[in-house]
Design a protein around this ligand. Structure first.
Ligand code: CO
Length: 163
């Protein structure tokens, strides 16, 4: 197992189109292990493939001790939108209030390749939606107002210079 390097915005890897996963083999198992390690090392509750430079439809979530491995996830319904505060490992130290669904219908495969379909309520639905957005190249910064976005871009550019 190893902790992988996190792609921080504006890393182009975060916008890379992702491919479906079709083999549920040892290689996938190892990738999933690395994703857990990397997520815990960053104190996150979710991590998607593109955030570690892997352009595949894969994400992991650990919310209140409930663990989910999402492979090829698809959301068929989103509703009950609320304003919630979200963070993202690819935007270290940034928290933004964004509109997010507190109810979703989702289908995905687990790491054994079993198809799972469920309805999720509450903040966990927001977490699922956030991670699945990553697989479609959609980021936290895309979900805030244009004015806030401009401000955040400047802030991040300044932060990058300081390093
Ligand atoms: Co994120």
């Amino acid at each position: 197992m190893s902790v992988r390097k996190i792609c921080v915005y504006p890393d182009p890897a975060l916008r890379e189109p992702t491919k479906e996963i079709d083999s549920f083999d040892d290689e996938l198992g190892m990738l999933v292990c690395d994703m857990w390690e990397t997520m815990y090392a960053s104190d996150g509750i979710g991590l998607a493939g593109p955030q570690v430079g892997v352009a595949k439809k894969l994400a992991v979530i650990d919310y209140n001790g409930e663990k989910y491995v999402l492979i090829n996830p698809v959301i068929s319904e989103k509703d009950n939108f609320k304003i919630v505060e979200e963070g993202c490992i690819s935007f270290p130290g940034i928290y933004e209030k964004v509109e997010s669904p507190e109810h979703i219908k989702v289908s995905y495969c687990n790491e054994k390749g079993e198809l799972i379909e469920k309805e999720i309520d509450g903040f966990l639905a927001c977490v699922f939606s956030h991670e699945i957005d990553h697989l479609n190249g959609k980021l936290l910064i895309d979900r805030i107002s244009p004015l806030k976005r401009q401000f955040l871009k400047k802030k991040l550019a300044k932060k990058a210079k300081e390093k």
